[in-house]
Design a protein around this ligand. Structure first.
Ligand code: HMG
Ligand code: MG
Length: 299
């Protein structure tokens, strides 16, 4: 059966904007997050406290985060790769943080300048200190299905890192299909393996990118396996339209359209959300890749 309610973890302001060629002005980012909250999104990933040279698009985290202080009842998780990042997040009063591991060595190196296990060792004190400060900790895991350098990723390799993140103390996991190559059978196989490993499904979220147009099908497969937390990006923001291995995340509007049709509650107002994404597309100077945004706003 399908769940009555799905929690959407909105990543447009972070995963979406980190991949934009241009840097979006801080005030526009703040307006974007406020509009997402007005549209009913209750978990909005705001930014990352990473090295500004690695992700210049999010180098304004210190300026942006305080502009979101008036948002009541909305969770605003932020990415922190290391203790330096956690210190920055704590200094601004963040309540939710996320570390981000990789299932493959190639991506661990490319994204974190570490091996898989060195990255886990880097996260360990971050997670324990975050929990001491009573923060909620999400553990992302990238390249759960395929990797651009290594090809298909064995399920057992993914399960091992999931286990490590949970043992470290992460409250929830997010299984990333970073390059969007997953298909529903693969999703089912990974979720089945995690359940057999004793991982509670209510602590597992899914994070699909839509490169091959499979993100919604993969989401439905995950829901059928008991998942109730789904990551999505307003307007399908993210990725470079010219890079074949990475496009934006599953568009939040496409997700909400499907869930509404299934009678699954999300708390999101699709009209307001699409209007927000159409506005953001105007800021970025190109149409939203989301089919639902285009259909609803006649872009
Ligand atoms: P490194 O070069 O190995 O850093 O990078 P280091 O630890 O050797 O430190 C070097 C310098 O950076 C030091 O400064 C540190 O203080 C500084 P120096 O002493 O030389 O002046 N530094 C920092 N400054 C500010 N904030 C920090 C910080 N950390 C160190 N947090 C590092 C290692 C982890 C920092 C780097 O690799 C990094 O920032 N990576 C982030 C990459 C990233 O953000 N990727 C995108 C997010 S993941 C994603 O999108 C996938 C996801 O969506 C799921 C999916 O789709 O799969 C989540
Ligand atoms: Mg991502």
């Amino acid at each position: 059966g399908l769940p009555p309610r799905v929690r959407i973890h909105e990543v447009g302001a972070r995963d979406g904007l980190q991949n934009e060629k241009g840097v979006v002005p801080t005030e526009i980012k703040a307006e974007f997050v406020h509009r997402l909250a007005d549209a009913g999104l209750a978990t909005i990933e705001a930014t990352s406290f990473v090295h500004p040279k690695w992700v210049p698009q999010l180098a304004d985290a210190e300026q942006l985060f305080p502009l979101l202080g008036d948002l009541q009842g909305v969770h605003l998780p932020v990415l922190v790769p290391n203790e330096r990042g956690l210190d920055r997040a704590l200094a601004l009063g963040a309540h939710r943080v996320a570390v981000f591991a990789s299932a493959t060595e190639s991506f661990a190196k490319a994204n974190l300048n570490r091996t898989v296990d060195e990255a886990l060792a880097m996260f360990d004190p971050v997670v324990s200190r975050a929990r001491e400060s009573e923060l909620h900790v999400r553990g992302y895991l990238s390249m759960c299905f395929g990797d651009p350098w290594e090809g298909p990723v064995p399920v057992a390799q993914v399960v091992r890192v999931c286990r490590a993140l949970l043992d470290m103390g992460c409250d929830e996991l997010s299984l990333g299909d970073t390059i969007g190559v997953a298909t529903p059978g693969h999703v089912g196989a990974l979720l089945t393996a995690l359940a057999e490993e004793g991982v509670p499904t209510d602590r597992v979220g899914v994070h699909f990118h839509d490169t091959y147009g499979q993100a919604l099908a993969n989401t439905l497969a995950a829901l059928q396996h008991g998942v109730t937390t789904v990551d999505a990006s307003a307007g399908g923001l993210g990725g470079c339209p010219y890079a074949k291995s990475a496009t934006g995340n599953l568009a939040t509007e496409d997700l909400v359209w499907m869930l509404q049709g299934l009678g699954i509650d999300t708390g999101v107002d699709l009209g307001r959300l699409s209007a927000t994404s159409a506005w953001m597309a105007g800021q970025l100077g190109r149409p939203s890749p989301s089919r639902t945004v285009r259909a609803l706003t006649h872009q």
